[in-house]
Write a protein that binds this ligand. Sequence first.
Ligand code: SF4
Length: 97
Amino acid sequence: MDSGTRSFGLSDPNARFEQLSLPDCVNLDPSGRCRLLERAVCSGEGCSFSCSERDRSASLAAWKKRMRALDPATQNQLSARYYCGAKPWLESDNKED
Ligand code: SF4
């Protein structure tokens, strides 16, 4: 399992069960590999980088709240320096907007 070459064939039922035991993490790709860390195999439960969709949404909302609380001059500076003039923290979280 730690060979770094584990892959999950769709036709292999045992591999599917193995993938079900992996954490609910946004960095996990459908083949059981980690997109975030430079490793081919997910570390599984206990990984300190594990991040669920709920965790990611909460983190993004907290970041937007902190950015909106900055004074306008600082927001403009950060926008120009890191976001090519955009202010993604002012964008709505609602995907239907
Ligand atoms: S739990 Fe850790 S190793 Fe597994 S996909 Fe998420 S970040 Fe990568």
